[in-house]
Design a protein around this ligand. Structure first.
Ligand code: SAH
Ligand code: SF4
Length: 356
């Protein structure tokens, strides 16, 4: 069977092909010139192009569905080579800035939300991805291919850098080895050139894996899906809290190397009448007291059959105001793509139910 060439770091590619210096050119063709075939790689000798085509595939993804939201975010359903499907989301953010002459310029910053597994073992009560259980890990190249594919089909210039968040389907720290390899492949300057500081790994809080990742010191940013401030509530939402309670997560975060200009992101999914009280806000401020933290509040996005409800806007705003006024930096995630199949797992679910 042919290998996915995107699974190879440049070093590995250098070891696989002769002469080694061709690896750099191949990387540029794939990630910067968006080549559609090995045949197109015109500065490579003919026999090398043939050899590459015999040994490798150029993309492990096939586009199955695409949905665009009014706010500009786009959601993609991809089939992998074994037919399993994953979701990826492109979040463009329009920015307005002023250049040196004071002239207003508009530009867009892109963030791609990638999946790291097919399914997930963690079983969080609010999450659709959890419903189907765990199927398999994605390889490094199946993770990086999501960003490459999306840049390519949206004609996003190769020089336009994007941010990557590992907040799609799956638990990235349950697939640590491949995720760390993806971080390295993303960062290659002959490739997508996405520095680790533009990559955020989001975890449900596997404390021992957080420590392991911290020790590797690869420079990627960390996000913790906290969602509750006491173990009693958290364990109901996230069964993994039985193995790794809140204290163990906080202790692990304290060992994690944090860039001087950066913070650890704590995601807090607000669910009506579950964790949206002022009492919770107060406890959250206390809990994160000694940590360089930033909080991102997320509206729970209801899905068919879910037992939870979307919180009221005024409760979320009050929650955010409390944190900000007590020195805890806080933003509210504008529910991107509420009009498409919003939170992760929902597009896949609809496809499987024949609704998409
Ligand atoms: N497994 C990792 C990363 C992916 S989860 C983690 O849990 O951190 C993707 C993100 O989607 C998480 O922040 C999760 O809290 C959020 N999410 C899951 N279900 C949601 C829903 N119904 N509404 C809003 N956000 C949801
Ligand atoms: Fe897995 Fe994250 Fe969903 Fe929990 S929220 S089931 S960890 S993908």
């Amino acid at each position: 069977m042919k290998q996915n060439i995107l699974d190879l770091t440049k070093k590995e590619l250098e070891n696989e092909i002769k002469p080694a210096f061709r690896a750099k050119q191949i990387y540029q063709w794939i990630y910067q010139k968006y080549a559609d075939s090995f045949e197109d790689m015109s500065n490579l000798p003919k026999n090398l192009r043939t050899e590459l085509a015999d040994r490798y595939i150029l993309s492990p993804l096939e586009l199955r569905r695409e949905e665009q939201s009014k706010d500009g975010s786009k959601k993609y359903l991809f089939a992998l080579t074994d037919g399993l499907t994953i979701e990826t989301v492109l979040l463009p953010m329009k920015l307005e800035e002023f250049d040196e002459d004071g002239i207003r310029v508009h530009h867009t910053r892109y963030t791609v939300c990638v999946s790291s597994q097919v399914g997930c073992k963690m079983g969080c009560a609010f999450c659709l991805t959890a419903k189907g259980g765990f199927v398999r890990n994605l390889s490094a190249g199946e993770i990086t291919a999501q960003v490459l594919f999306i840049k390519k089909i949206n004609n996003i210039d190769a020089s336009r850098r994007v941010n990557v968040v590992y907040m799609g389907m799956g638990e990235p720290l349950d697939n640590l080895q491949n995720v760390v390899k993806a971080v390295e492949i993303f960062a290659d300057i002959d490739g997508l050139s996405i520095s680790p500081r533009r990559q955020t790994i989001s975890t449900s809080g596997l404390s021992s894996q957080i420590e392991k990742l911290g020790k590797m010191n690869i420079g990627a940013l960390l996000a913790i899906s906290l969602h509750a401030i006491d173990d009693e509530t958290r364990v109901k939402l996230m069964p993994i809290n039985k193995a790794y309670n809140i204290k163990s997560i906080i202790d692990a975060v304290k060992t994690f190397p944090i860039d001087v200009r950066k913070r650890v992101l704590f995601e807090y999914l607000i669910i009506k009448d579950v964790n949206d009280s002022m009492q919770s806000a107060k406890k959250l401020v206390k809990l994160l007291n000694n940590i360089k933290a930033k909080v991102n509040l997320i509206y729970f996005n209801p899905h068919a059959g879910s037992e939870f409800q979307r919180p009221n806007e005024k409760d979320v705003t009050a929650f955010a105001d409390f944190l900000n006024s007590h020195g805890l930096l806080c933003t509210i995630r504008q529910s991107k793509g509420l009009d498409i199949s919003a939170a992760c797992g929902q597009l896949k679910q609809r496809q499987e139910n024949g609704l998409a």
